[in-house]
Ligand binder design. Structure first.
Ligand code: PDD
Length: 285
């Protein structure tokens, strides 16, 4: 079955789906995106993704390309046409097509909308959860507005690639003071010797992960202690547990950081408990 993408009003087979070379997403990475999990053909925590999308658009002064009421229908149509049961839907909005010029084009230029969807191998992901993953740390060289989910991801992809070349699954990015900001495509968490869950507070230096927000609710519902504060690499190395969060795998336990074993080297019990608690508070629509 050929995959179908939505591009500016049209549902097209992948081979024919394309954007203009003057699209500002292509020229300047002038756009934003969202990755929303799909389970049983339904969207996971959909409303929170729209809230973050609107905020990113507002911060960059990019207009919505379609009516907000239309977007849920288009996303579902892309999921349906691709027959996705478990996977993700990706949507990207850029400042539209205009002759290359750094300054914004006139407001009359419509923004561009591209939507794709793909299946995920749930069994493989589950296997990784039971094994845990490894992390390497590196300096965070990104810009000062990491709260905006921009498609400009060069430092993130460089960090992820460096992690993979070091044999690790994810890179944790570290600010100049030695505190972990987040992963290259995930939020970062540790659990201290008292069983307290620690994650960096929201601000301009990290993305407000939808999974992060839902996990905070889940921890509260479960009666787990959470402290939102920055933590150092040293603290992480001596943590009882560590994990990463993102829309696809929700929680991936971390078993080693920079070659140092975390806890007993196996996925931690609190991380797994929180992962189960997520299921009770997440929304499928
Ligand atoms: N990444 N931090 C960064 C830098 C991210 O890119 C992501 C998500 C997260 C977690 O956010 P959420 O819980 O809303 O998925 C944190 C997506 C999945 C991606 O770029 O593919």
């Amino acid at each position: 079955m050929s995959r179908i993408a939505y591009v500016n009003g049209l549902y097209r087979p992948y081979a024919e789906a394309s954007i203009h070379i003057d699209d500002r997403g292509y020229q300047f990475a002038d756009g934003i995106y969202e990755v929303c999990g799909v389970r049983e053909g339904k969207l996971m925590d959909e409303a929170l993704h729209y809230t973050r999308m609107k905020r990113s658009l507002g911060e960059l002064r990019i207009a919505m390309p379609v009516a907000q009421t239309a977007l849920p229908h288009i996303l579902r149509e892309v999921i349906r046409r691709n027959r996705i049961r478990d996977g993700i839907v990706y949507f990207q909005i850029t400042r539209g097509v205009a002759p290359r010029d750094h300054a914004f084009p006139p407001a009359s230029v419509p923004s561009s909308l591209v939507i794709t969807a793909k299946r995920l191998n749930v069994a493989r992901m589950q296997k990784a959860v039971t094994r845990g993953v490894t992390i390497v740390t590196m300096p965070d060289i990104r810009w000062g507005r990491r709260d905006i989910k921009s498609i400009s991801l060069l430092p993130n992809i460089m960090a992820k690639q460096a992690a993979r070349e070091a044999g690790a699954y994810e890179a944790w990015l570290v600010d100049p003071d030695g505190y972990v900001t987040e992963g290259s495509s995930t939020n970062a968490w540790i659990i201290d010797s008292e069983g307290r869950i620690i994650t960096r507070p929201l601000g301009n230096d990290i993305l407000s992960g939808v999974t992060r927000l839902v996990l905070l609710q889940a921890a509260k519902a479960e009666g787990l202690d959470v402290i939102e504060r920055p933590f150092t690499v040293e603290e992480a190395l001596s943590a009882r547990e560590a994990f990463i969060s993102a829309s696809t795998a929700i929680i991936m336990p971390v078993t080693s950081i920079d070659g140092v074993t975390i806890g007993n080297g196996e996925p931690g019990s609190i991380s797994l408990r929180l992962r189960a608690a997520y299921e009770k508070v997440m929304e499928l629509t």
